[in-house]
Design a protein around this ligand. Structure first.
Ligand SMILES: CC(C)(COP(=O)(O)OP(=O)(O)OC[C@H]1O[C@@H](n2cnc3c(N)ncnc32)[C@H](O)[C@@H]1OP(=O)(O)O)[C@@H](O)C(=O)NCCC(=O)NCCS
Length: 147
């Protein structure tokens, strides 16, 4: 059994995160309209380091020490906004993305924030429907204050 632990990210993780995002993005090849995202540039290690030091980043780590995925978020307008959620291809479909998201939701509750926000793709089965099953509501344009 593959035991996965979630923890707050440390600066030494920064170099591993671009490869996770790149691997995760390969999933977009399944959608002809979004396949280009699989080859798009990813956040670099320097930007990840900045996020680890100044915002909220959680990583999922397997028993052998390999990083399987991460979730990065920042507080905006008293809400926790998810900037990035990625799970390496090899580790997908094992509940890691769900655990990372639940950790962020729990964090926003503990801090008594007004809520948790994110942007995602509506038509992908592992995006909008996944978040909706965890209680996240899709906002209409009328509710958006930042575009
Ligand atoms: C989205 C992502 C983070 C999910 O991570 P994961 O560890 O594979 O997800 P989980 O195993 O926890 O599954 C989460 C849910 O998504 C569903 N799901 C996961 N992969 C799926 C796929 N390829 N197709 C359809 N549904 C999928 C699961 O059934 C599960 O549903 P449930 O929790 O309601 O039972 C991962 O697929 C990923 O990194 N994708 C590429 C990047 C991306 O899309 N990021 C999010 C953009 S907002």
């Amino acid at each position: 059994m593959n035991i996965i632990t979630l923890r707050c990210s440390q600066p030494t993780d920064a170099n591993s995160l671009p490869a996770i995002e790149r691997s995760a993005a390969a999933l977009f090849r399944a959608d002809p309209e979004l396949a280009w995202l699989a080859d798009a540039p990813v956040t670099d290690a320097r930007q990840h380091l900045h996020a680890i030091e100044s915002a909220d980043v959680w990583v999922a780590q397997s028993a052998d020490g390999a990083l399987a995925g991460f979730l990065g978020a920042i507080e905006v307008d008293n809400q926790l906004h998810i900037q990035e959620l990625s799970v390496s291809q090899h580790f997908q479909g094992q509940g890691i993305g769900r655990k990372l998201l639940l950790t962020a939701i729990e964090c926003s509750r503990k801090r008594e924030l007004n809520g948790l926000t994110l942007t995602t793709f509506r038509d992908l089965r592992w995006n909008e429907p996944f978040y909706q099953r965890l209680g996240i509501k899709t906002l209409s344009h009328a509710y958006l204050t930042h575009v």
